[in-house]
Design a protein around this ligand. Structure first.
Ligand SMILES: [Ca+2]
Length: 326
């Protein structure tokens, strides 16, 4: 009897209740939601004047809801993802921009210890070197997602952070633009990342990750340093690991010294020996046995603090390597 009662209670909590709350959410009008949200924002110190500026004429954006619900047809392999992200055009453009902005990138390296190719690679992948920053009003996009989206809690926090930016007078609401998911500027920082990591590297008194390249490059490097970037170390390297057959050695959860990987038969991509460095490394084979193999170091984990995707961090590292060849 007790077992049956527990089972039915679990059933009640797990499925019908959840379905019910979703239905309720979709029927709650946006304006009722906004009223409750504004009360919370007021309680968190956002002024009535800022709220009036931010939400005057705000409306939920159907294209944002559509983008949030769009599912990829299937998961890409790493080889496919890499082919889309680390393109020859992006490599060519990155090398040229690296030459044009060499002085600035060196100043960023001197201040933060982050090498120019890593800064360029993040810039290139996040916004195609500033060409694709997103044209959405960030307040409208985040309000839509906080009201309706699948990750309402996350976007509610980001909407509050965006209001902080307005409250501090750092940006006007019309100029606070970004992607459908609220990622802003040339480094695509969410508002919470902007508040924590954006810096004024050109010294004009404003943090401007939209129009000031010194601020963009400085903010990228500052983010990485705060996430633990180790100066003078690589992110990792592509390797040959055909002789590694034990799948239980793969993955970021375990690591071994580089010399241990060498003893197991891992070689550099050209077939030569691994460098004799005192580094802890993890073996990553995103497409499994037979696909490309990488040994990754602690700076790889720093790149994953930026975006918790192995594909993303590998692509940043590989693009940076190609840019460094210039
Ligand atoms: Ca500035």
């Amino acid at each position: 009897m007790r077992v049956r009662r527990r089972a039915s209670l679990t059933f009640l909590l797990a499925s019908p209740f959840a379905a019910c709350s979703r239905a309720w959410a979709s029927e709650t009008s946006f304006s009722a939601w906004l009223e409750a949200f504004m009360a919370e924002a007021r309680a968190q110190g956002i002024s009535a004047a800022t709220l009036a500026r931010a939400f005057s004429g705000v409306r939920p954006l159907p294209s944002v809801i559509e983008a949030d619900r769009r599912q990829p047809e299937r998961r890409l392999s790493f080889a496919e993802y890499r082919a889309r992200v680390v393109t020859e055009a992006r490599i060519r453009q990155g090398r040229e921009l690296g030459r044009i902005h060499r002085g600035l990138l060196e100043r960023v390296r001197n201040r933060f210890g982050v090498p120019p190719p890593i800064v360029l690679a993040l810039w290139g992948i996040e916004s195609s070197y500033g060409a694709r920053m997103g044209e959405y009003r960030v307040i409208d996009a985040l309000a839509t997602l906080a009201w309706e989206g699948r990750r309402a809690d996350l976007f509610r926090k980001e909407l509050l952070a965006a209001l902080q930016i307005l409250e501090r007078g750092e940006r006007e609401v019309e100029a606070l633009r970004g992607s459908w998911a609220g990622a802003m500027g040339q480094c695509q920082f969410l508002p919470s990342s902007y508040l924590l990591y954006a810096i004024d590297f050109d010294g004009d008194g404003r943090r401007d990750i939209w129009d000031s390249l010194p601020d963009v490059f400085g903010s990228i490097a500052h983010y990485l340093v705060r996430a633990g970037w180790a100066p003078g170390e690589r992110w990792g390297r592509p390797v040959r690991a055909e002789r590694i057959v034990a799948p239980n050695l793969d993955g970021l959860e375990r690591s071994s010294p580089l010399r241990e990987w060498a003893r197991r038969g891992v070689r550099a991509l050209d077939g030569g020996p691994l460098p004799a460095l005192e580094l802890e490394a993890s073996l990553v084979r995103p497409d499994g046995d037979g696909g490309p193999a990488f040994l990754v170091y602690r700076n790889f984990r720093t790149l994953m603090a930026w975006n918790r995707s192995t594909y993303f961090a590998l692509s940043v590292g590989l693009l940076a390597d190609r840019l460094a060849e210039a």
